[in-house]
Write a protein that binds this ligand. Structure first.
Ligand SMILES: *Cc1c(COP(=O)(O)O)cnc(C)c1O
Length: 363
């Protein structure tokens, strides 16, 4: 018998048990559907901007490795995102990669990552990937931050890092800024304010970085209209970012992302105008939802709306059967029973969603 056939090697014997227990992040197929499930900006680039990035892509040296420090892109981002002078920047292949870098850096034995729940699912998943303990602290009834509960949980668990999505996903609300500041002050470790939805919120902790030595502000271009480029950024004190930068794989930001994102953000008006249109459409969508009997819809500071119906899985399935893909949150958290999340699309997409929902709920 040869060595191989006698080997007991199998995923079950070699892969870490906490990984075996995970299910993979599921992205449903969406070809041909009205796609309102993933908080993408529904608008393409205007023709002139599209042509100019096309020319730039053609000129890009695909045969060369990217600038490892992405210096040009960083300097454009500093201006576009209002990064304060004393702060350093770290770029990631999406902000998911930045969460992973932070978690890897802090994964001392017994270290804890804490976040309010219901919240962004990647905090828990990445904590598990990296061997951090994860503590979720329930939000209050109306999805407000339960300040006292977070302070108590920080006292009990001494987290190395707290993640606060601001606005929160999937609830869409902006936690009280005073509560967030109190949590940053009381935290025994780092606090990452995740501003993925900054473009739709009109509020930020970016300008306050200098006030809190343990604060990091994270953003992404994904929700702003460049989800396909995969670019996230982290701003904070150089002493922290220098350590995290050691874990960043070389060349994590590819040449096309560096060139195209820099070009598009040098004058970010194309993207911020689209964000303004989405904010206006959010109001139209919310009003329409609140006009449908049997729907409860929450206020949103993001580019999506959380709603509750009598039978979310049933409504989700019937929407999908009629070509409208949103997100079913039922079963993901006790506080999200019969909840759905819909991304704000174009006026036409939103009208199609509203019409289909109205039909489903009226019969
Ligand atoms: C979408 C999202 C992200 C991740 O975005 P990337 O595409 O990886 O940059 C991070 N945080 C929150 C709260 C999000 O909703």
């Amino acid at each position: 018998m040869n060595e191989r056939s006698s080997s007991a090697a199998s995923p079950q014997t070699l892969v870490r048990p906490e990984i075996l227990a995970l299910s993979a992040y599921h992205v449903p197929p969406a070809a041909g559907m009205v796609k309102l499930d993933a908080m993408e900006n529904p608008y393409r680039l205007p023709a002139e901007a599209a042509r100019s990035v096309g020319r730039l892509a053609a000129e890009t040296e695909l045969n060369r490795y990217p600038d490892p420090s992405a210096a040009e892109l960083k300097s454009v981002l500093r201006a576009a995102m209002g990064v304060p002078a004393g702060a350093e920047l770290l770029l990631g292949n999406g902000s998911d990669e930045i969460i992973q870098i932070i978690a890897m850096a802090l994964a001392r034995p017994g270290a804890t990552l804490l976040a309010p729940e219901p919240g962004f699912v990647m905090y828990r998943m990445i904590a598990t990937f990296c061997g951090l303990r994860y503590v979720g602290v329930p939000l209050a009834e109306d999805f407000a931050l339960d300040r006292a509960a977070v302070l108590a949980a920080m006292g009990a668990h001494r987290p190395a890092v707290v993640f606060l999505a601001w606005p929160n996903n999937p609830t869409g609300n902006l936690f009280d800024a005073g509560d967030v500041a109190d949590i940053i002050r009381a935290a025994p470790g780092l606090v990452v304010v995740d501003e993925a939805y900054h473009a739709f919120a009109g509020a930020s902790f970016m300008a306050r970085l200098g006030e809190f030595p343990n604060l990091l502000v994270m953003r992404t271009l994904s929700k702003l209209g460049l989800a396909g480029l995969r670019l996230g950024l982290l701003a904070g004190a150089p002493a922290w970012l220098e350590e995290f930068d050691k874990l960043r794989l070389p060349y994590n930001i590819n040449v096309l992302t560096q060139a195209l994102a820099a070009q598009l953000l040098r004058d970010p008006r194309v993207l911020t105008d689209q964000a303004a249109a989405i904010i206006a459409e959010r109001t139209v969508l919310l009003t329409a939802l609140r006009g449908i009997p049997g729907v409860r819809a929450w206020d949103s500071a993001a580019n999506f709306i959380l709603l509750r119906v009598a039978d979310a899985p049933g409504v989700f399935a019937r929407l999908k059967a009629q070509g409208v893909l949103i997100k079913n949150l039922h079963g993901s958290h006790a506080q999200l029973a019969n909840c759905l999340r819909v991304t704000v699309g174009t006026p036409e997409e939103n009208a199609r969603f509203i019409e289909t929902l109205r039909q489903i709920l009226s019969c």
